[in-house]
Design a protein around this ligand. Structure first.
Ligand code: GRG
Length: 303
């Protein structure tokens, strides 16, 4: 497969942003009217602050890689981005990474207050389930496909994935982890939701079991690569470029790939994983220019 360039990933991310933001805007308006007041506003804020929408783009690309065509896939992508939005709101809280800046704006608890942000974070989890159920109905998916997608998304977002990884990450502050321990943290904290994005996209597209497995393996590698690139950016980027406070890992005395391998070593590791991800996909007979472009973007991004 010829390496698809940055223009391809930029176009896909822009498309994903447009499609998923339209879905989330509709949901935010509906939820704001259901919940009302300050919590409704905070929920809208958390959902609609401008993210890169990488996970949404992965859902779209995975869906299309197995022949999916319906535009309703954007609502599956919105469900994944809603789980991600919850994680960012809670990650920034004083009891976790305690940050003031996210996506170039004040974090939700800075814009509103800690109790509001805490409640809104929790509210977003069942909202993600509702969005996924609505998407499944629009895509005319069977109950069993919806069940498998929900299991992937919420297991990836749970103790065996994102929550578990974050838990280990918090416990590890101030300690130096081995590379194997750090990989376990990264695969859970960040990798699991990225892997689930690829898996649910494939399931929604009706991929057979081996196609889903190939997309899951791709997602596993690029999920880890994403967090390694994040470690590099945290110490090489500025807060303005990143839209979040740079240098936070060092301030919180976190173990990172940069600490263990240096900037160049960490970059090489991320690139190796991204290459392996694409090769595995091709090896499984599922080449996808779009997924290849996103793998390249994930390890070369500047924010
Ligand atoms: C109860 C222990 C416990 C945990 C709760 C808060 C939480 C669950 C998990 C945090 C997971 C987290 C925020 C991991 C970091 C992932 C990451 C690198 C986020 C940044 O992703 P981008 O760059 O962000 O895609 P945008 O803003 O572009 O969407």
């Amino acid at each position: 497969m010829s390496a698809p360039g940055p223009a391809a990933s930029a176009a896909l991310l822009a498309e994903a942003r447009d499609l998923v933001d339209a879905e989330l805007t509709g949901w935010a308006a509906r939820l704001a009217s259901e919940i009302g007041g300050r919590h409704g506003e905070a929920l809208r804020y958390a959902l609609l602050t401008p993210g890169k929408r990488v996970r949404a783009a992965l859902v779209l690309a995975a869906f299309r890689s197995v022949g999916g065509q319906s535009p309703a896939i954007a609502e599956v992508a919105a469900a994944v981005e809603t789980v991600h939005a919850y994680s960012l709101v809670h990650d920034d809280l004083p009891c976790m990474d305690d940050d003031d800046l996210r996506r170039g704006r004040p974090t939700t608890h800075r814009q509103f207050d800690v109790p509001t942000a805490t409640r809104v974070g929790f509210l977003l989890v069942p909202v993600a389930a509702r969005i996924l159920a609505s998407a499944a109905s629009r895509l005319a998916l069977s109950a069993s496909t919806l069940g498998r997608m929900a299991e992937e998304l919420f297991q990836g977002g749970g103790i065996e994935g994102m929550v578990g990884g974050q838990w280990l990450d918090l416990e590890a502050e101030g300690r130096t982890l081995t590379l194997a321990q750090l990989m376990e943290v990264h695969r859970g904290k960040t990798g699991a939701l990225i892997r689930a994005s690829c898996t649910v996209g494939g399931m929604a597209g009706g991929a057979p079991a081996d196609g889903v497995a190939a997309l899951t393996a791709f997602g596993e590698d690029i999920g880890l690569a994403f967090q390694i690139a994040d470690d590099v950016l945290d110490c090489t980027g500025t807060s303005e470029e990143l839209g979040k406070t740079a240098g936070r890992d060092a301030a919180l005395a976190k173990s990172t790939y940069v600490l263990l391998l240096g900037v160049d070593g960490a970059r090489r590791e991320a690139e190796t994983l991204a290459r392996r991800a694409v090769e595995r996909l091709e090896g499984a007979g599922l080449p996808s220019d779009a997924l290849g472009a996103l793998a390249g973007y994930i390890v070369s991004r500047t924010s």
